[in-house]
Write a protein that binds this ligand. Structure first.
Ligand code: XMP
Length: 526
């Protein structure tokens, strides 16, 4: 395992990701991690970039024990400065920030220890790299030698003369450094001698064994499913591990997509053989949403809280039934589909005050149930979850599903949510998605939906004037959902969707397309 210590750079998680792509297992921990508290010894350590300056009083620093472990260390950007700071305290604010492409000249050293040149082995002498930093070294710490330069950074790469310690000013983990992966491979595989045996198949075996050991011979697990990728993959894995001792619950909140509850039921019970209870709580949810017209956060709160109540009631029923059954013990575990980015988010070193956010999960909110949380996906990134889902036999359609928000269609019905409004929004959404799939665009688009606007417009339908509602279509492309751009459909496609919606959905006489990017818009309209 390669240990990545995170100093808060926006690219940190990519380091872990790239290493796993090389089949090297890697874990990322906050930079403040005490190495004596680790239960395993890393084969090598990577210090990430970060938004701080090492010379600030409150800057985060790596546990000095890292330099005593005797394992190779690679510092990237802030990580390079951190190594220089550890040895010589010679980092300065640069005259100007350097951000973007740069051309690196690699320096080779015949006559020096072999490890000095090992980081750039097999790479060309001129490399395109990506820079993003403000500080730079004023000079090299003693015992280090320059291994790469750029016009702006005379110490763009350095290596220790006798130990496998390296620092680079650029970011090898981003795709803007085209040969960056080769450099990471040189470090992890050739210099650290990390094993290259991490595969999804191995992960599945290990995780199933871990779940079985954790839950025991009789233990039972309960978990909510939504039909989304994460909860379905987590459920499929639990089923593989413990069979019928896993109980899935789908809460139908009345604001799911058209036919969704039935589809989830079909997939989970028929295809995956998972034990599933569907709770139809539509009326309860819609009753509580009544009269909430212009407060999206209130909608979210009502739906979130009611979900917890309904799920808890159901969990108690299943728990009571399980306790009475001769074959098994009480349910004591709660399954959560937490992914690695959520874990990183909650353990990351945030700001100079080193506050650690507590992870939000349903487990803590279920009163008096004393459930322990089990998170089989906590080491995986989204695309790895998709790969795992495919391995577990999930249909491609499910594996590549667009994300769908917990509050569902309720935050896509601007204004009051009523059964009638749900019917209209759902139907229009169904047509839009059906056409997107038919046009082969579903995978190109990151998220798409139809929203119902709280206004009426005039139209002529048949020979009559009508005064009815307006559907807004939204479709975006994004890689991280933090920024997004609207999808440039061609006119013929939009014409077809618009015609179908106006003709087929009662109560709609106009369709508009949302051409707002994020920012300033958000993806959802409420
Ligand atoms: P925004 O609208 O903030 O959405 O640009 C970014 C992503 O988050 C999803 N989203 C939610 N998901 N509960 C959820 O589970 C919510 O309240 C919620 N609000 C937004 C949204 O669908 C998009 O993928």
């Amino acid at each position: 395992t390669i240990l990545v210590l995170d100093f808060g750079s926006q690219y940190s998680h990519l380091i872990t990701r790239r290493l796993r792509e090389l089949n090297v297992y890697s874990e990322m921990l906050p930079c403040t991690q005490k190495l004596s508290e680790l239960s395993w010894k890393p084969k090598g350590i990577i210090l990430s970039g970060g938004p701080y300056s090492v010379y600030w009083d409150d800057a985060p620093h790596v546990d000095p024990a890292a330099f005593e472990l005797g394992v190779p260390i690679l510092g990237i950007c802030y990580g390079l400065q951190e190594i220089a700071w550890h040895f010589a305290k010679n980092v300065l604010a640069g005259e100007k920030r350097e951000y973007g492409h740069a051309y690196l000249k690699v320096e080779r050293h015949t006559g020096k220890a072999a490890h000095v040149d090992a980081l750039f082995a097999g790479l060309e002498d001129d490399m395109e790299v990506w820079m993003s930093h403000g500080d730079k070294l004023s000079n090299l710490p003693s015992d280090f030698t320059t291994i790469a330069t750029t016009t702006n950074a005379p110490f763009a790469g350095m290596a220790h003369e006798t130990k496998p310690l390296y620092g680079i000013q650029f970011h090898p983990e981003v795709t803007h450094t085209p040969k960056g992966v080769q450099l990471l491979k040189n470090f992890a595989v050739d210099i650290c001698k990390a094993k290259t045996d991490w595969t999804m198949g191995k992960f599945v075996d290990q995780e199933i064994a871990r779940i079985r050991a954790l839950v025991g011979e009789k233990g039972q697990v309960i978990g909510a499913v939504s039909g989304g990728v994460d909860s379905t993959v987590a459920a499929a894995l639990m089923k593989e591990a413990i069979g019928d001792r896993f109980h899935a619950v789908l809460v139908d909140n009345g604001v799911l997509r058209m036919n969704e509850a039935e589809q989830v039921k079909e997939t989970l019970t028929k295809h995956l053989g998972i034990q599933l209870t569907v709770v139809d709580a539509s009326e309860r949810f819609l009753g509580l949403l009544k009269g909430v017209t212009d407060d999206p956060e209130k909608k979210r709160k009502i739906i979130g809280n009611t979900f917890i109540h309904v799920f808890q009631e159901e969990a108690k029923k299943i728990q009571a039934a399980a306790a009475g059954s001769p074959k098994a013990g009480e349910i004591e575990w709660l399954l959560q589909g937490t992914l690695y980015p959520d874990v990183i988010e909650s353990i990351s070193f945030k700001g100079p005050s080193a506050t650690i956010k507590t992870h939000h999960n349903v487990g803590g909110l279920l009163e008096g149930m004393h459930l322990k949380v089990i998170e089989p996906l906590r080491e995986l990134f989204k695309d790895e979850v998709r790969e795992l889902g495919t391995k577990l036999g999930l249909a491609e359609e499910l594996v590549w599903r667009h994300p769908f928000p917990g509050p569902g269609i309720a935050i896509r019905i601007l204004g009051e949510v009523t059964a009638e409004q749900v019917r209209i929004a759902r139907h229009a959404d169904y047509i839009f998605i059906e056409e997107i799939r038919a046009a082969g665009l579903y995978r190109k688009i990151s998220q798409a939906f139809a929203a119902l606007l709280p206004v009426k417009a005039v139209g002529v339908m048949g020979d009559k004037r009508v005064h009815s509602q307006v559907i807004a279509l939204r479709a975006v492309e994004t890689s991280d959902f933090m920024t997004a751009d609207w999808y440039p459909f061609d006119g013929a496609f939009l014409k077809k969707v618009s015609r179908r919606i106006v003709n087929e959905v009662d109560g709609v006489c106009r369709v508009v397309y949302d051409i707002t990017s994020k920012p300033p818009g958000t993806i959802e309209m409420e």
